[in-house]
Ligand binder design. Sequence first.
Ligand SMILES: Cc1cc2nc3c(=O)[nH]c(=O)nc-3n(C[C@H](O)[C@H](O)[C@H](O)COP(=O)(O)O)c2cc1C
Length: 235
Amino acid sequence: MPNSGIVLAITGASGAIYAVRLLEVLVAAGKTVQLTISPAATEVLHHELGLKVDLDNFQTSDLLPKDDLTSDDSKLRLMRPKLHASTHSSSVFSDSEILHRAPLGEVIYHHYRDYQASIASGSALTEGMVICPCSGGTLAAIATGQSQNLIHRAADVHLKERRKLILVPRETPLSSIALGNMKTLADAGVVILPAMPGYYHNPTTMQDLIDFVVARICDQLGVSHQLMKRWGTAQ
Ligand SMILES: Cc1cc2nc3c(=O)[nH]c(=O)nc-3n(C[C@H](O)[C@H](O)[C@H](O)COP(=O)(O)O)c2cc1C
């Protein structure tokens, strides 16, 4: 059945790098990404990554510098400039996948107040939605059914249509209110996937830690990748 891709919402929790890396990986995997960004997320993107994102005049290059997606090397490695110093970089694809890889996916941007956007309605099919990172505010709004912006509305749509919805909260410690909101949503079928990297894959760089979280999101979305070594495998 035709669908309009994966919805990615970026909200104002710390960990903007997870969102940018996830966007890179999804585009590199040939996925259509329906992207929406909250105003608080633009503050975090600027504070943590130095990225300036204009929500009223968004360009994909605000998040993914053009050469990230056009040079052959970056197509294969897709590393963020800040992380180029890594000597232990992971690749998005295996060698055979590189030879037969899909064309880059498309990014379709929606303003966070645009309720005319396709993703505001259950009639637009999608492969699922991920909110990465997910602030405590957005978590609360979804858990209590408040549709105050397109991000909350699209999440509501995924809930009511019983489609995959993945939230990537980043907060510590967690209040009983946040824990309660997570329990409410988990009981409703939402995947709560905290930005909480493991250490059993012996990470040596920041990129390894970022890719651990992005890999687990991709697993939930059914997007194949080679971002990290899987437990119990040789490679
Ligand atoms: C630099 C920065 C870091 C923040 N980090 C977090 C965080 O880790 N978790 C969180 O829940 N909120 C965090 N906040 C607060 C949220 O951005 C704030 O609650 C905002 O209202 C969330 O709005 P949104 O859900 O529409 O993006 C941070 C804000 C800033 C400016």
